[in-house]
Design a protein around this ligand. Structure first.
Ligand code: ADP
Ligand code: ZN
Length: 436
C-alpha cells in the first residue's frame, strides 16, 4: 500500500519542478525571517531571486550542527514564537543538544510523512502498534506516535523502561507492530527469553527500527527472535524526526520524503556534490518547514543515494544504510576506524552476540584498542569447560579484526548479558583518551 500516491509516485520531472518552487519559497522565507541566513546569503551575494530551480541549491550555504549550537536556543527559528506549538531537542549523541521548534503545520507534515513510512511497512488501521522509542525531548516517541494515530491504527505509547511489562502487553494485547531502536528490539528478545515467552506466544509482525545504525545481520537476528519483519526508519530532529526516509517491502534502500526534505551527498572534505551511488556525507534542505527551516544541513551521516526505479512503484530517491557518522570515525594510531567495521566482523562469527564495546585508551603516548564482545549463551555453555576453546576464539577474532582494521586490537570475551544494555541509543565506543 502507498499512503500518498500523488507525492510518493510523482514523476521525477514533476518532483524536481515542485522542489524548485518550494526551494525558492523557503529561501525567501529564511532571508526575511532568519538574520543568520540573511547575513550568509548577503555575504555570498545571493538573493532569493537567484534561486529558481532545484539545481540552484548549489549556490546556497551549508548549515552545520555548530551553527545550531552557536545560535542556541532559538536563533535559527524562522516562525514567530506564537506559531510554535512544540519543542524537541536532539539526543546529543555527539555534544550539547540542539533545540527545534515546530509549528502546527510542521507537526502535520511530520505525521503525514510518518504515516507514509508505516504504510510502506504494511501497517494498517487494523494494527495495534507499540511505540517504544523514548517519549520526551527525543523526537522518536512523539514522532512515531502521531504517525500511528494519523494512520488510524491503535497506538500503545509504551516508551522505554519496564521491559517485562512491555513484553506482557505485547502478548496480552496481541500487539502487531513496534517502533524502537534495533538494540532495544534485541533487549526485548532477551527479556522474553528470561520470562519464558517465545515468539509463538506473541503476534508481532512489523518492526520500525532506527535512531541508530544497524546492519543486515542485526535485522536477521531481530526478525528470527521476535518473529517479525524489520524495516528501516531514518530521521533526525534538526530536519524533523523519524519519517525522513523509510524502507518499502523491497528493502533496497530507504525512500526519502523528498517533496519535504531534499537530499544531497557531498564529499565531507571538499564539500563538492557527489554522484548517485557514491558514499559521502548526507545533506538535507527542508523544503516546507516553518519552525526551523534549514538550508543544506550537514547531517554527518555517511551513506549513498540511489535513483534507479524501485519495483514498489515509488519514484523517490532512496538512501542506502548509514555506514557511520563522519564524526564517529575514530583515529587510532593514525588509522581511521569505524565502529561499524568492528560490528561487521563480530557479526560474521556465529559464536558472538551483537553486543560489543570498543574501549580506546592512550598508554605511554600510544593508542590502545580493546574490543569487548559477548559470547553467545549456547556457545559459552558448550565450550566453557573445553580447555582453550575460548582462547582460540579470542585469537580468531583478533586476527580477523586486524585484517579488516589494519591495526591490532586486544580482544576481551565477555559472558552473555554482561555488556551494559541501553534502552535508547546504544553506546558502542568508550574513548578514554578524551577524559584525560
Ligand atoms: P543526535 O544527533 O543527537 O543523535 P537525533 O536524536 O536527532 O540526534 O538522532 C539523529 C541521528 O540518529 C541521525 O543523524 C543518525 O546518525 C542516527 N539515525 C537515525 N535513524 C537512523 C537509522 N535508521 N540508521 C542509522 N542511523 C540512524
Ligand atoms: Zn520501494
Amino acid at each position: 500500500m502507498i499512503w500518498n500516491q500523488n507525492k510518493e509516485c510523482m514523476s521525477t520531472d514533476e518532483m524536481r519542478a515542485l522542489q524548485g518552487r518550494r526551494l525558492h519559497k523557503i529561501v525567501k522565507y529564511v532571508y526575511h525571517n532568519v538574520p543568520f541566513y540573511r547575513n550568509k546569503l548577503q555575504e555570498m551575494d545571493v538573493t532569493p531571486d537567484d534561486i529558481r530551480s532545484i539545481e540552484d541549491i548549489h549556490k546556497l550555504p551549508f548549515t552545520t550542527k555548530q551553527d545550531l549550537r552557536d545560535n542556541y536556543p532559538f536563533g535559527l527559528q524562522a516562525a514567530p514564537k506564537s506559531e510554535v506549538i512544540r519543542v524537541h531537542a536532539s539526543s546529543g549523541t555527539t555534544g550539547n543538544p540542539t533545540i527545534v521548534g515546530y509549528t502546527r503545520k510542521d507537526i502535520e507534515v511530520w505525521s503525514e510523512c510518518m504515516t507514509r513510512c508505516l504504510t510502506a511497512y504494511g501497517v494498517s488501521r487494523d494494527d495495534i502498534f507499540s511505540v517504544a522509542y523514548g517519549y520526551g525531548l527525543f523526537t522518536g516517541g512523539l514522532g512515531a506516535h502521531y504517525g500511528v494515530e494519523n494512520l488510524g491504527a491503535a497506538v500503545v505509547p509504551t516508551s522505554t523502561g519496564n521491559t517485562e511489562k512491555h513484553v506482557r502487553l505485547i502478548r496480552d494485547l496481541g500487539i502487531t507492530g513496534i517502533a524502537c531502536t534495533p538494540s532495544y528490539a534485541l533487549y526485548l528478545a532477551e527479556t522474553m527469553d528470561h520470562m519464558g515467552i517465545s515468539k509463538n506466544d506473541i503476534r508481532l509482525r512489523v518492526g520500525a527500527f532506527g535512531a541508530e545504525p544497524w546492519t543486515e545481520s542485526m535485522r536477521t537476528e531481530i526478525e528470527s527472535r521476535l518473529g517479525l519483519k524489520g524495516f528501516n526508519l531514518y530521521g533526525l530532529s534538526e530536519i524533523m524526526g523519524p519519517c525522513v526516509s523509510y524502507e518499502c517491502q523491497e528493502q533496497h534502500g530507504s525512500h526519502i520524503c523528498e517533496d519535504h526534505f531534499f537530499p544531497e551527498i557531498i564529499d565531507p572534505e571538499t564539500l563538492q556534490p557527489l554522484p548517485y551511488g557514491e558514499v559521502g556525507e548526507l545533506v538535507f534542505t527542508t523544503l516546507t518547514k516553518e519552525g526551523m527551516p534549514l538550508l543544506r544541513y550537514r547531517t554527518k551521516d555517511l551513506c549513498s543515494l540511489m535513483n534507479d526505479p524501485c519495483p514498489c512503484g515509488r519514484t523517490s530517491v532512496r538512501m542506502g544504510r548509514i555506514l557511520g557518522r563522519s564524526d564517529d570515525m575514530l583515529i587510532i594510531r593514525g588509522i581511521n576506524v569505524f565502529p561499524s567495521q568492528v560490528e561487521s566482523v563480530v557479526l560474521s562469527m556465529p559464536e558472538f552476540a551483537p553486543r560489543y564495546l570498543l574501549v580506546i585508551d592512550r598508554v605511554n603516548n600510544l593508542d590502545t584498542l580493546q574490543v569487548q564482545v559477548e559470547v553467545r549463551q549456547e556457545y559459552f555453555t558448550e565450550q566453557f569447560d573445553t580447555l582453550g576453546a575460548l582462547g582460540t576464539l579470542e585469537k580468531r577474532l583478533a586476527n580477523k579484526l586486524k585484517s579488516v582494521l589494519s591495526i591490532s586490537a586486544k580482544v576481551q570475551l565477555k559472558a552473555p548479558g554482561t555488556i551494559e544494555r541501553s534502552q535508547g541509543k546504544s553506546k558502542f565506543v568508550l574513548d578514554k583518551r578524551q577524559l584525560k
